[in-house]
Design a protein around this ligand. Structure first.
Ligand code: FAD
Length: 478
């Protein structure tokens, strides 16, 4: 008797319910990862996320080897591969942890039915969320569409987590044929583009735990005040680890409770609430699966987005040369490190969808390709929220002013100077709006606008008025 443990986005040994269930009867276990990007359809992993996956799989394999096992890598149709492995090894049981992306959910349902029809015992578990999306509902049994109400319902149950410890040994299953190496999956970029990623991140379960420990011991108490300042490391930077399941939200919450007691207490509430936004994103993705590509608020389907005629503006935004320093700094941070500070994500997304009136889906796709934490639930929520067409969206009339945002959250321009070094010598007074600096100041600081750094590609005030009018018309006429 052998069990197949199918790893997906739960690349850890700690608090892994599928792993615990696989070893419960003392059966030998075959840990497997199947690379099947075609099954993710149009949301197959982007380049930065593939880079992370490569290193995370290597780390998982190393951890399994320390327990006397290893990770078997396969590629191709998931059902066919699971059947093949079951046939080769005589496995009678297949276990995995659930995923919630619409296309994958459908696939997994079919796989479960097919394997059961083959006579295999199958079981799936929750390793990704504090609460299953269907466990939290309004009094009428409906999904929540407003975060505050959703989070009030969750907050009552926050002391429930009971993460499962990692096993100390893993009964190895029979050997498969040679199998693939992680390198064979071709996840790394073909040209040298990942230097910044390598400098910024250490993927894997041990690094996730170390980052969480350092953050909760040293920085969580000032998170509430520091989380909006992109120039300092004020947030946990755990998002890519959470996305691939290198650490579980249950483990994180338990660590918070162990150190700080009540997770709703003022010291830690702001951080725990962000984990709540992640839960809300999954709640929405589960209940409104079309929102990955369509606005939740149907009125926005008719919004007059700019199209191909604005492709140069889209390219300027992607490449961090809009001439708006906070946005350019964010887009360069993203390209270089695979991550962008949340405050700047909102400002950059607002500029694209409101001032430039480019479809939120174009921005979501660029983030998908370039973020190491690209996550269908959180990315969809973030873009629809900023564009004003999602559940509990930012009010449509909120158009972030990148100059005011910069002056408020990056007052000395630390962040802008880091990512736009050509502006580094400008004084604080004009670091967020270099076009207002006198020619004498620009010359003294070695900045030639339009040559060293772009002139703004848009007029912030005028484009805001156009956006507000278009948004208002859409709401009234739909
Ligand atoms: P912290 O502030 O330390 O928060 C802790 C954890 O809470 C994060 O790791 C994350 O898992 C979760 N979290 C925090 N804020 C949010 C949020 N607004 N929505 C959902 N979960 C949240 N997050 C992603 O993980 N993947 C994405 O693809 C993604 N795309 C986004 C796109 C846009 C346009 C916007 C505005 C936000 C997006 N976010 C996304 C949410 C947020 O920006 C990141 O989760 C956060 O910046 C990650 O940094 P951190 O780990 O230091 O967060």
């Amino acid at each position: 008797m052998t069990a197949i443990l199918w790893f997906r986005r739960d690349l850890r040994l700690d608090d892994n319910p599928a792993l615990v269930s696989a070893i419960a009867d003392g059966m030998p276990v075959i840990p497997v990862y199947i690379h099947a990007p075609d099954e993710e359809a149009s949301w197959a992993r982007g380049a930065a996320s593939r880079w992370w996956l490569h290193h995370s799989l290597l780390a998982l394999d190393a951890s399994l080897r320390r327990l006397g096992s290893r990770l078997w890598i396969a590629r191709g149709d998931s059902l066919a591969e699971l059947r093949r492995i079951a046939a080769v090894t005589g496995a009678t049981r297949v276990v995995w942890n659930r995923l919630y992306d619409p296309v994958i959910r459908e696939r997994d349902t079919q796989i479960k039915q097919a394997l059961k029809a083959d006579g295999l015992d199958c079981a799936s578990h929750n390793a990704t969320l504090l609460f299953e999306p269907w466990d939290i509902a309004t009094a009428e049994g409906r999904p929540y569409r407003v975060f505050s109400a959703f989070w009030r319902a969750c907050a009552k149950r926050l002391c429930e987590p009971s993460p499962l410890p990692a096993p100390s040994t893993l009964p190895a299953g029979p050997d498969l044929e040679k199998g693939l190496a992680v390198e064979d999956l071709g996840l790394l970029p073909r040209f040298l583009w990942d230097t910044g990623l390598r400098a910024a991140w250490t993927p894997g379960e041990s690094a996730a735990l170390a980052s969480a420990t350092a953050f909760l011991d040293e920085r969580v108490a000032v998170y509430g005040a520091a989380r909006d300042l992109p120039g300092i490391p004020g947030t946990s930077r755990l998002s890519p680890h959470l996305h691939l399941g290198e650490i579980s939200p249950r483990r994180l919450l338990t660590m918070v409770i162990a150190r700080h007691g009540d997770p709703t207490a003022a010291r830690v509430e702001a951080f725990v609430r962000e984990l709540g936004w992640r839960e809300f994103a999954y709640h929405l993705l589960y209940h409104f699966p079309r929102t990955t590509d369509e606005p939740l608020d149907a009125r926005f389907a008719a919004f007059p987005w700019r199209g191909a005629e604005a492709s140069e503006d889209l390219a300027a935004w992607q490449q961090g040369r809009t001439g708006i320093p906070l946005v350019d700094a964010g887009m360069r941070e993203l390209w270089h490190s695979g991550w962008m500070h949340n405050r700047v994500r909102m400002v950059a997304a607002s500029l694209l969808t409101k001032n430039l009136r480019l479809p939120w889906q174009s921005g979501a796709r660029w983030f998908w390709e370039t973020l190491v934490d690209a996550d269908l639930a959180s990315n969809t929520l973030g873009w629809q929220w900023t564009a004003g067409c999602g559940a509990d969206a930012a009010p449509y009339f909120r158009v972030f002013n990148p100059v005011r945002q910069g002056e408020r959250f990056d007052p000395q321009g630390v962040y802008v100077r880091r990512w736009c070094p050509e502006l580094a010598r400008l004084p604080d007074t004009c670091i967020h709006q270099p076009w207002t600096a006198s020619q004498a100041v620009l010359t003294a600081c070695g900045v030639r606008l339009g040559r060293d750094y772009p002139l703004p590609i848009l007029d912030l005030a005028a484009s805001r008025q156009v956006a507000l009018a278009a948004w208002s018309d859409t709401r009234l006429t739909a």
